[in-house]
Every structure is written in structure tokens, then in C-alpha cells.
Write a protein of this length. Sequence first.
Length: 323
Amino acid sequence: MKVANHIFEFFININKNVKLYGKLINLIITIYKINDVKTNMQSYTIREPEDGEIIECIKVFLQSFGRNLSNRLEEERKVWTYLIQQNIAKFIVAVKNDKIIGIGGIFLFHNVSSIGYMGVLPDYRSQGIGTAIFRKLMGLSVSMNSVSVNLFASKFGQPIYEKFGFKGNYCASAYKFPKNEPDLQNKEKIVKEIQILPDWLLEIDRKTMGYDRSKYLQAKLYLGDKILVVENEGYAFLSKILSTIRIGPLITTNLKATLCILKESKYLGAENLIIPKISKVQNDFISLMGLIEVGTANLKMEFGRELTQNLDYLYAIGTYAKG
């Protein structure tokens, strides 16, 4: 009965879309067949990780994308553990013969969920493990009464998510700074670092994203991220992502504030950022800074209720998945 209630609540919240409702019913049936037990076809288990398994989860995520293991695993473990303890994030693992072989995560923002950190070790792919993890994460989002779920997908992952009713919104790509800094004369604004999140910043973030991320932003600040602001106009977080410093999110009401924050971020050691390709606003920003695209673009995809957003304010996001 509890599962049925979640299904109908979510159905109401997605505007009674009959086609989407049918997909949701099929999805939920599959999710609860998987629920923390071994499947009939595969000898692996889908479950939440134990406290002592977090570092192994991080290793599996990095190895899934051919990345070298970081010397900051303990720092990353503290971040993951804190997010779990604060009910900001949940993680799901696939385990076979007592070995973690796949990982996925979900971030919870009141009635909106964001899926990421999806990865399966190369030797265990094409066995439905990634799909099983994803279904479990979707089940968690429904159980948390999410009215909207979002994720970033690679071109290989897009067809899979489309089958579950996800629709594309915009693409985002990673960029790095050029060697020679562009001339930003006559664009100076006062940029300062702050230690407490002011109400105006949280309001700009809500208007931009369409939902409340205040608990998540507070967590980033608590975990040691720096935050730069042009007062009443915008902000950026500087995060240590394994071995590099990344800018993001970067949200401002105007291009001048964006350029000044970016200039200060580079001075403080920032190396890269992930830019959404939404409108002319972001394209002008890329051109003025002479930013260099690296890697391939990922597509932001969404499921459920359409959110009211002002994405012209969004100049960089904090991270994206590669699934």
C-alpha cells in the first residue's frame, strides 16, 4: 500500500500524463522486484553501502571511468559520509562475491532529486548492473516524494534514459582556462570571499534552479569549499575535485559580475568549470574568456514535473555524471 501511495502521489504531480504514468508503473514494479535481493538472472546484490565501504565505492567510481586513484581518497570519504549523514545524498552499490562492482548516487533537494555518480567496473558491464542500480535510485526518488528527477547523460546513456521517460533539456561541457588571460578592463566589480550564505544568494539560486538547494550549499561550505560573491549580483563555489580546483556552481544576474568572479577564481587556483550551453548568454561568456572546451558534452535530462527556472543566470554547474 505504501508503494501504491507513492505511485499515485507522483502521478498527480506530473500533471496526469497518461503515457508517462504507464512508464512509471512499469518502472516501480521492476524497482521493487530488485529491492536489495539477488536477481534471478544475475548473482549480484543491489544495496546501500556500509560505513566501511565508502572508500571502496569511490575507487570503483574512479576505475569505472579509467581515472587514476586519487591521493585524496580519505578527504573524499569524509565528503560522501557527511552528505549521507545529512540526508543530502544516498548511494547504491552492486555487489558480487563480496566485491563492489558498481555504484550510483542520488542527491535530494526536498521534492527534486538528482542522479549521478553512476559507474560499473569494465569487466562487469553489459550485464544489466547499471540499469539495476538506476532503477533502485529511481525507486528512492519516488519514495522521497520527488516530483522531478534530473541527471546528465552521455550520448551512449541518452537512449537508455529516454526509455524511462526522461527528456533532454540542455548540454554541458567542461572547459579550461586559456594560457593568456583576456583583457577585462572596465569590468571591475568588488569580489569577496564570504563564510556565511546570505539570503540574497539563496534567493538567486532558487530562482535560477527552480528549487531549494540551501542545505546542499551549506554542506559545501561546511566541507571546505570557498565561495566568492559580488554582493546581490551572484556567487561561485570553488571546490577541490580530487586533484583539481573547479568553479561551480557559478550563478550571477549579469555578465560583468560573472567575468569578475571568474578572474578572481583563476587567481585563487581554479583550473576548470562545466558550462551549460543554454543560450547566447553562456556563449558570449565562453567567447569573452577564450575558454577551451575539453572532453565531450553531456545532456541534462529530466523526468516528471517541469520546473520554473531562470537558466540565463546559470554560467557553470558544479558537476555532472557520465552515464
